[in-house]
Design a protein around this ligand. Structure first.
Ligand code: 13P
Length: 257
């Protein structure tokens, strides 16, 4: 059975004090949540800004469900790259995951698929797990090239990996037109693309591996629409932006499976 995952990407929000408070609220709400009794495998991931990673990881050290992710890492291993943060540094904070290739990184910081492939290698070589994002822009959906766009992102970012390596990757489908816009993909659109992504992975790495990989949906996923989105057979959870900043909404999304 695939692991069900809800990951909160805080983006550039929350001071350290606010972030600590939010995590405490989430923990408190989860203590009394029925999902904590379930036999199914759940992972909850929180991706705060880099400078909060250590403090928030310390708050979660004994937590059986919640782990920490970074939102990005450098494409270089170490050295004279002012302002960059390496995968190795992230590992040393206790984080377990790194989000790679978020559309905001691709679009605002010109991150190419080739650069993202380098980052994926550094994540894996530091024994961390990548959450690799893909997704088309509005004009790419409107001109019906969205399958090609996503296939190329998967191909260029992940197809150099070995079977063992790809099985550690979580994929997040985040249509750019749905991010922060309040417009979410319909459950049918999400299922269609997730099924396609699984087929792309299967054609390269085989059905068994493709069936074991978690594929998350992101893009205005919230406490109201999560249930419908997560009900689809190829949607294994969500990568949540805005709604992950409100404890009660984030926990409602976790309870939507
Ligand atoms: P929103 O949920 O705010 O649309 O953001 C989605 C996202 O980009 C998560 O990484």
């Amino acid at each position: 059975m695939r692991t069900k995952i809800v990951a909160g990407n805080w983006k550039m929000n929350k001071t350290l004090e606010e972030g600590v408070l939010l995590v405490k609220e989430i923990k408190q709400l989860l203590v009394s949540s029925p999902f904590t009794q379930s036999a199914e495998k759940y992972n909850i991931i929180i991706a705060p800004p880099f400078i909060h990673l250590k403090a928030i990881n310390d708050l979660l050290i004994d937590d059986p469900f919640i782990s920490i992710a970074a939102q990005n890492c450098s494409s270089e291993e170490k050295g004279a790259y002012t302002g960059e943060v390496s995968a190795q540094m992230i590992k040393s904070t206790g984080a377990k995951y790194i989000i790679i290739g978020h559309s905001e990184r691709r679009n605002y910081f010109n991150e190419s698929n080739a650069m993202l492939a380098k980052k994926i290698n550094l994540v894996l070589s530091n024994n961390l797990l990548p959450i690799y994002c893909c997704g088309e822009r509005l004009e790419e959906r409107n001109t019906n090239i969205y399958f090609d766009v996503v296939k190329k992102q998967i191909n260029d970012g992940l197809f150099h990996l070995s079977s063992l390596e790809i099985s550690k990757v979580i994929i997040a489908y985040e249509p750019v037109w749905a991010i922060g816009t309040g417009l979410n993909a319909t459950p049918q659109q999400a299922q269609e693309m997730h099924k396609f992504i699984r087929k792309v992975v299967s054609d390269k790495f085989g059905e068994q591996i493709a069936n074991s990989i978690s594929i998350l949906y992101g893009g205005s996923c919230n406490a109201k629409n999560a249930k419908e989105l997560f009900a689809n057979p190829d949607v294994d959870g969500g990568l949540i932006g805005g709604a992950s900043l409100i404890a009660s909404d984030f926990v409602k999304i976790i309870q939507s499976f």
